[in-house]
Design a protein around this ligand. Structure first.
Ligand code: ADP
Length: 523
């Protein structure tokens, strides 16, 4: 009697120890091993098994002791058509025909499993799993064995639920972390004091701040936003001030990167509150909107340039046509032909502008078509030079290419257009006249053409933007000289499409040399 009492006491102590160990373990596989090991130990079994219900509602073995892993599937009869838990007392729960099921398994596995006790893991009144303990000896499991296992199973079920929840939360967090890390938008998470906690890769790239360097800094140090005039946006009207009131909001501004360069961004701020309504974090989502800004600016430049460039020739054409057809005036032959020549020139200018506009929209739509053939650039250059020489007396155009200059794969008409543009620019931007040299050189890989003038030149800071659409150097001469700023953009688009490159070298006040290089034909 006393011995029985001592055994029960030991079992209770053991149970207490195990339940403490169980509640601190959150890793599900290791928790299941602990539960099963303890259950088998407690009941003096030789083997054990835990099955759990999966997301599909089916049971499957999740931990085992004393059973070869390969044989686990043979135990299936033990959890086939399990009865649902209807009673709140798991010790009253029975698997029907447990003896017959055990005999079946025992025969197919080839291990003499004589006794089994099975208890459900009940989680929130639903049966989510079963613990089985087996004996190979004939010793029966007593009612008190079942009772101990039952109270143990209750504790185990809670621990399993906690571990499952923890696993779910960890998986969810992992998924979120992956989404944040790989999002193409820049994401930054701030604590309620506006200090940076998390920075993803895109935001690091956008701001130039690495995640390590950004962590712990104030939001506006990393996301230094300015208005168009360069004034800090966060000083004037910190977007985060209103956020504590639960507002989500969006601002646009210039971001000063860590290397002091600027990029235009749109940033949205979203507050996250806990259950008590306390601000927990602020999620900032930033993306580069430079392109949209540029597109907007381009549109307005387009409209102003076009209206300006169209106005002049149309006014001239209309003025001369109106004057020449006045019925009360008699024009001599010279005045007549001068007037008509101007009308013709201005119409040509209009036609060229329209062609350039159409080509620009083709380039932007990716629909610039090229007709590729063998092109001998010295001949094309000579033809364009001859045409333009007849239009100027103050410039002398000289064409000189090396004798064995190779042909290239190109679109002859388009390349003629490129040379025409470079040469008219050389004339336009050399107001004092001078020599214009057109020539070339080549190596194994490329054939290069240059157009050199002795004109006004281009300041270094203006060179990079010359090849953008509607870009004109802001100088008195450019303002006086007609042009829409499309010529060099189209030259570059054509040379790029032919796999070549175009660039400029210039000494302001002394002249500019434009180069383009095209790949040589395969031997
Ligand atoms: P456009 O001549 O119609 O303005 P382009 O695209 O051909 O347009 O040229 C863009 C700008 O580049 C010009 O407005 C001018 O300021 C500058 N530029 C082009 N060629 C020369 C040159 N040879 N010398 C000096 N400036 C030039």
């Amino acid at each position: 009697m006393l011995e029985n009492y001592q055994v029960q006491l030991r079992q209770r102590e053991y149970l207490l120890r195990i339940s403490r160990a169980m509640t601190s373990r959150l890793d599900l596989p290791s928790l299941l091993r602990l539960i099963l090991g303890s259950a088998v130990d407690m009941l003096g079994g030789e083997a054990g098994l835990i099955v759990l219900r999966g997301p599909d509602g089916e049971f499957s073995p999740r931990a085992s002791i004393g059973i070869p892993v390969a044989a686990l599937s043979l135990f299936q009869p033990l959890w086939e058509d399990l009865p649902h838990q209807e009673t709140s007392d798991p010790s009253l729960w029975q698997i029907p025909d447990l003896g017959r099921r055990l005999a079946l398994v025992s025969a197919s596995v080839g291990i003499a499993l004589r006794q089994v006790v099975a208890l459900p893991l009940v989680l929130e009144e639903s049966m989510e799993g079963v613990i089985y303990v087996f004996r190979t000896r004939d010793l029966r499991f007593s009612a008190s064995d079942r009772q101990s296992l039952a109270s143990f199973a209750d504790q185990a079920a809670i621990a399993v639920r906690n571990a499952q929840l923890y696993q779910q939360v960890s998986e969810e967090k992992q998924r979120l972390d992956t989404i944040i890390a790989n999002s193409a938008d820049g994401i930054m998470i701030l604590d309620p004091d506006q200090r940076v906690q998390v920075v993803n890769r895109s935001l690091s790239e956008l701001t130039g701040w690495s995640a390590e360097a950004a962590r712990g800094r104030l939001c506006h140090e990393v996301l230094d936003l300015r208005d168009r005039q360069g004034r800090p946006l966060c000083d004037q009207d910190c977007p985060l001030r209103e956020i504590a009131g639960g507002q989500h909001f969006y601002i646009e501004g210039d971001l000063i990167r860590r290397n002091h360069k600027r990029v235009t961004v749109g940033v949205s701020y979203t507050p996250l509150f806990d259950q008590d309504g306390e601000l927990m974090s602020i999620i900032c989502n930033a993306h580069d909107i430079t392109r949209f800004r540029e597109a907007e600016e381009l549109k307005s430049t387009f409209i102003s340039v076009i209206s300006h460039e169209l106005k002049t020739p149309v006014a001239l054409i209309k003025g001369y046509a109106g004057t020449l057809r006045r019925e009360d005036a008699h024009w001599d032959q010279e005045t007549l032909s001068e007037g008509l020549a101007i009308i013709e020139e201005e119409s040509d200018r209009l036609a060229r502008l329209i062609d350039n506009l159409l080509d620009t929209s083709r380039v932007q739509a990716g629909a610039l078509r090229l007709e590729i053939s063998d092109v001998y650039l010295p001949r094309v250059a000579a033809k364009v030079a001859e045409r333009l020489q007849s239009q100027t007396t103050s410039h002398e155009i000289k064409v000189a290419f090396p004798e064995n200059y190779p042909p290239v794969d190109g679109d002859e008409e388009r390349l003629e257009g490129v040379l025409y543009n470079l040469l008219t620019n050389a004339i336009k931007y050399s107001p004092d006249g001078g020599e214009i040299r057109v020539g070339g050189r080549f190596d194994d890989k490329e054939a290069i053409v240059f157009v050199a003038d002795q004109g006004v030149g281009i300041a270094p800071e203006d060179r990079a933007q010359l090849f953008r659409p509607f870009s004109r150097v802001d100088s008195g001469l450019a303002r006086r000289t007609p042009g829409a700023g499309l010529g060099l953009f189209l030259c570059k688009a054509i040379i790029d499409a032919l796999g070549g490159r175009i660039w400029v070298e210039s000494a302001p006040g002394e002249g500019s040399t434009f180069y383009f290089a095209l790949p040589r034909q395969a031997a």
